[in-house]
Ligand binder design. Structure first.
Ligand code: ZN
Ligand code: ZN
Length: 107
């Protein structure tokens, strides 16, 4: 049995018993509020550390001055694209700034 297997087994046992999977205290969710806070703090700290050391906050790859590497930014762009498409529909007359040419709708 590997360590990961043991962790999984422990996780399943605690989850089934209604305990926090991380520290084992009774909890309604998979993790108690204390552990959620700790995870959030850890995530924030990792973010700060990575930004400070020029690493991508998503995957940890070295990416210089930006918070996210190219691959992670591409991934993040999808929702933004959908958002701007919606905005574009509501503002058909607004000038384009993204360099993407669309076929003229008007004759
Ligand atoms: Zn906990
Ligand atoms: Zn990345």
């Amino acid at each position: 049995m590997t360590r990961a297997d043991r962790n999984r087994a422990l996780y399943a046992r605690r989850r089934a018993a209604g305990l926090c999977v991380r520290c084992g205290v009774p909890s309604t969710g998979a993790r108690c509020t204390g552990c959620l806070d700790a995870l959030r703090d850890a995530a924030r700290e990792r973010y700060d550390t990575r930004v400070a050391s020029g690493q991508c906050v998503g995957c940890g790859a070295a990416c210089g001055v930006r918070a996210r590497c190219r691959a992670c930014r591409e991934e993040q762009r999808e929702p933004a694209k959908a958002r701007s498409a919606r905005w574009r529909e509501a503002h058909p007359e607004a000038p384009r700034w993204d360099g993407i040419r669309v076929p003229e709708a008007r004759p």
